[in-house]
Every structure is written in C-alpha cells, then in structure tokens.
Write a protein that binds this ligand. Sequence first.
Ligand code: GUN
Length: 318
Amino acid sequence: METRWLDGKKVAARIKSELSQEIRALTSGDMVPGLATVLVGDNPASRFYVASKTRACRELGMRSEAVELPAETTTEELLAVVHRLNESDRIDAILVQMPLPAHIDTERTLMAVRPDKDVDGFHPVNTGRLCSGNPGLVPCTPQGIMELLFREGIPLRGAEAVVVGRSNIVGKPMFFLLLQEHATVTVCHSRTRDLPRVCRRADILVAAVGRPALVTRDYIKQGAVVVDVGVNLLRDRDEVVRLFGDGSRKLAAFDKRGSVLVGDVHPQASPGWAAAVTPVPGGVGPLTIALLMKNTVRACRQRRGKAGTVSQSVVGGS
Ligand code: GUN
C-alpha cells in the first residue's frame, strides 16, 4: 500500500496565507491583532516554541509582546503580569507557555487569563464550552489536527478514532473535537489493557503520549490514518540504537547533531502499511502555530466586536 505523507508544513502555509489577507484588511481598518506570550524560566524547548510563535506574528503583520520572567518568579508576580495583559487594550490574546516551574500554581494562572483572550483554550470556561459542543477558543494543536484532517479529505463521520494520551492540551480536547464530527472516539493511555489491540481498531489513530516510537506496526490497522503528535528529543545514543537499530537514518541524524527529534510513532511503522501519516518534524508542529495565529485573529475580532470571516474556520467557528 502506498502511504501518503500528510504535509503539515504545506497546510500551515496555506492557513497562514489565508490569514494574512484577513489581517491586512483588519490592520487597514486600524485593528492590529496582538498576541502576548509569557515565558517563565529558561527551558530551551519552551524558549524555542515561544520564539517561533512571536516570529509567526511578525511575519503575518500582527503585534506581539514577549514577556520573559526569571525562573524564581512567584505565582503572585506571574498573576500580576497576566492581570496587566488582561487589561491591556492592545493585547487580544494571551499565551502562558507550559510547563511552568513546579513552584508556580499552574491552575490559578490558567484561571486568571480572561477567557476571551485565552488563545490556548485552557481556561475552564473554554474547556467547558468545548465539552458542551459550543466551542469558544479551542486548543491549537488539536484544532490544527482537525484542520489537517478536513483539508486532506479524511472522512470522520462514523469513523473509529483512537487517541493515545489524555493530556489537557491534546488528548482530551481531541476527544471532543472528533466526537463533534461524529467519529466514534476511544481515548487510551498508559494504563490501558492491551494498548496495541485497542489502537488497531482505529481508522484514525492520534498518538499524543510523549513516548518515543511507542507506536509500532502492531498498533496500526492496515489502511489507517496515523497522526503523530509526539515531539521527543533524544540525547542518548544508546536509546537511539535500541529504538531504531545500527545503520538507521535516525542514528545517522543523531551522529551528525548529538540529538534527534522523534515522534510517538516508529518511523518504520507506517510506510507501506498505513494509508497516511504525519511526519515528525513537519507534521503537526507547524499547524499548532498556524492555529495559534488563527485563534489570535478570532480573539481580536470577537473582543473588538467585529465578527467576521475567521468563522470560515472548520472548527470552533462562531
Ligand atoms: N506547551 C506545550 N504545548 C503548549 C501549548 O499549546 N500552549 C502552551 N501555552 N504551552 C504549551
């Protein structure tokens, strides 16, 4: 079976080009959407993600404010920053990069973001809306996956979908979005009995557990669509050898750079077996950023009382 690569980069570029026209129209009417990012501490991966997000804003002609706080920031100090951004008329969307340092109260922080500026869709008002089928702002990664599935013409109505991973950021919102499109959805996790058997039910398998190369061929039904959300950076050569073997492309990449990026799906699991698969990198990652931009524009329109064409969005349209 010929396996199709689902090119997230290409779809993300298309979404951003649609958005850029819309942003031009907004800014010519003196309405420049503004995203604030808040980074606490110096986790290199978080720093990289936040930089990609503010770069995307600039490229699309939106305003961005990048707040950087030291690792020893207290919850109260972080809440004060969030309150200032909540009140700022120049800011339409607020993103507090996760994970926060362990001493910070994450729950209180997420609760403090105004729901209409909560571009991540993490506030209980937005999770509640998603769960009741009347979405407000929807988390970017699962929304990006839905855009990809729609735009690639993957049928969802009546399909068996299996989501591996139950995180608040991906697994749980993914469940509600697939359900809303009339898929039959199973969410499984590390305690699921006979995980490969449950996964083999899937017409659409979404792997979002953060376990490198966990999903091997015996997890995949022939002809399934496989979405790999994993972003695992391996720094241990022995682990790369154990997972992929001597002479593998992953090991060659590791030997060049001293680390290698690996998804939750084993690279040899899908080719010639699945109908379609998203690559890592270049699959889901770029879509997350594109959808963050789209959510920022939506938040801007809604807050400033100009309902508009972002509602063409395939999910969460107003
Ligand atoms: N950390 C990993 N993914 C995300 C995300 O989508 N949003 C935020 N704020 N932090 C993250």
